[in-house]
Design a protein around this ligand. Sequence first.
Ligand code: PMP
Length: 426
Amino acid sequence: MTHSETLFEQAQKYIPGGVNSPVRAFRGVGGTPIFFKHAEGAYLYDEDGKRYIDYIGSWGPMILGHSDKRIKDALHAQVDLGVGYGAPTSIETDMARKVCELVPSIDLVRMVNSGTEATMSAIRLARGFTGRDKIVKFEGCYHGHADSLLVKAGSGALTLGVPNSPGVPACLAELTLTLDFNDIEGVRKIFKEMGDEIAAIIVEPVAGNMNCIPPVPGFLEGLREVCDEYGSVLIFDEVMSGFRVSLGGAQGLYGVTPDLTALGKVIGGGLPVGAFGGKREIMEHIAPLGPVYQAGTLSGNPLAMSAGLATLNAISEPGFHDRLTEKTVALREGLKAAADAAGIPMAVQGAGAMFGFFFTEEASITSFDQVMACDVERFMKFFQGMLKEGIYLAPSAFEAGFTSAALSDQDIADTIAAASKVFATL
Ligand code: PMP
């Protein structure tokens, strides 16, 4: 038995499923999850002493790689000053200023502790601001586990939402309308029917929770037009894409400006942080300025702000995202060439430092239905093969991959060589 297997057995005695977040349990790929002991740069080291090249990066935050000295120094300095006061600190203003500079659509920003809190609060704010209850989301987009957002469509173009999970009241889920990602005509149609009842559209501008699907040209632009026409709030959930697909996020990359933005992951440098912000006239409805309530005991925690601000400063260095995107494209192209050489049909796509690969005959994947038609069995075999080779990919066919600045050209070459080896066994 490996150390990881023993530790997993012990964990299951006290923690539901042995994990504190479901995807970590490896249910989507089989086998037992790997328990990690430490991480440095592009590498994770497990409890059995094996090294892995990491393409998860703690599910996004570790854009600099692990144990970056700048983050560690910032954290050590703050630990000596105190780990939290529940009162204002200057670093919160430094952080807010930095976020507003990097994301010009954000005039005011409120810190929270997770991506879930960020989207949940943005939705409440949009509803409070517009006085409307319905929201639109897209099938396959994940916005955290708040009640209104744990809803997906049935099979039609539009269904009144049915809850995705027991425990979500049907009367709340009904207010969430679920449409097809990348289908702007479906959006126009529903707005024609009930646009004046819709508070907001929430969208992952680069979908990263059904593998990785960039927006087709015109989709985000169309959402902007529809929201302008009907007075609805456009919310970009950039928890994943923010500071990752470009310094200014997906809105910077594609040039479409939302009213509100939800942030998470990179903004916390690995500590629990989220944020939501946007247009001043909307954000001024948040307490204590306005009537829409939102609060947090640990929000703006100085340790979390230190790690986050150090990360945002580091990624603001000129050329950071160009270099990281170049590496990511080299990885994508290398994987595709290796798959072609092995005769394995595969589509590879991405945006900035996010990527996805699909076992499919299709040249590209733009919709949820296409994702669902991919060969998941083959993904599972590929995942397990890569794990043996020391390459740590997301343990699910429905998650995006993340690169970090710590990856060397050699790491990428090693990853492609490992993939060639594994492709030959599929
Ligand atoms: N939105 C998106 C786009 C996400 O990818 C996630 C998490 N993967 C969330 C929201 C929720 O964030 P958290 O897990 O920090 O609550």
